[in-house]
Ligand binder design. Sequence first.
Ligand SMILES: Cc1ncc(COP(=O)(O)O)c(C=O)c1O
Length: 353
Amino acid sequence: LRDDSSIHTSFRSDNDAGMAPPILAALSACNEGAARAYGGDAWTRRVEAQFEQIFERKVGVLLVTTGTAANSLALAAMTPPWGSVICHRLAHVLHDECGAPAFFGDGLKLVPSASQGSKLDPVQLQSELRHGAGDVHSVQPTGVSISQSTEEGQVYECTEVAAISQVCRDNNALLHMDGARFANAVVALQCSPADITWRAGLDVLSFGATKNGAMGAEALIVFNDKLQETLPFRRKRAGHLMSKMRFIAAQMHAYLENELWLANARHANAMAQDMARGLATVPGVRLAAPARSNILFVQFPASMIVALHAQGFDFYHERWGEGVARLVTSFRTTEAMVEAFVSACQQIARANA
Ligand SMILES: Cc1ncc(COP(=O)(O)O)c(C=O)c1O
């Protein structure tokens, strides 16, 4: 086991970062006195008002404690048990949620799209949404899920979300967005949260806060009223209607207050840009794609990965092929951490030259 000092050299996950200080303070502050349970408290009302302001309209808001719960409940609400949801081949919902969407969705099927690159392609999606439609022997394609920002750190432009939602509408399918890193996408795109969601045709969003400064707080933002009819019951049945909801709501309130969510994401994205610039100077190291949000995929000489780990730098690399590593920055990443990493890469490259 590594001790706490490893956080100073960790690019493993934005989940490895702790809480943003204003969120920690909010948890303590909301501890005073009694508050109505199960979301009947004032913090929950304030969060609902904040989201209505952020999204410039009335929205359904359901707080939960994990992204897996948010995604699974959303997909379950929009899909019949015999339905399928098309997602990216690397989607978190497909690979990293232990079958929770199928569990909560009474057997709904996740189908990886054959889209190339790190985003879903509307043309490809068009044929995939028609595949098996009306055939009683096949699962019925009734939904699509996209991640914003994506698992590879890329972002869907507003026009790309709109093109996907148009294909969904043309095929009677609904559209979900896994926004575990929604803040990073909003900052990268410099667009309004409304433009990239409901104005682009989105039905439901999993709005993440945990990776970007909360302890454990995520929100389902429901734009399609039909989904709101069953979601409160689904949340309770899933065990995510927290009795002491004020502690989840207080986190989310502090996260949204004074645009902390955007400031944190701006910082994380800027650190990824710094990292990308630094790594571009290291011989033998190549970025898979330009830095857009807070995740970079980098091709290293395999021996450099071993040497970096030996020096205590922590990051994932086993999943994507020989020499490919994922580097994730967060609101906690400092310029010094990035410099230390880049200069270690430079030294290793020199030693191996
Ligand atoms: C793309 C994406 N979606 C959702 C999640 C949420 O997962 P969790 O259930 O661990 O909060 C994650 C966390 O790693 C993620 O990377």
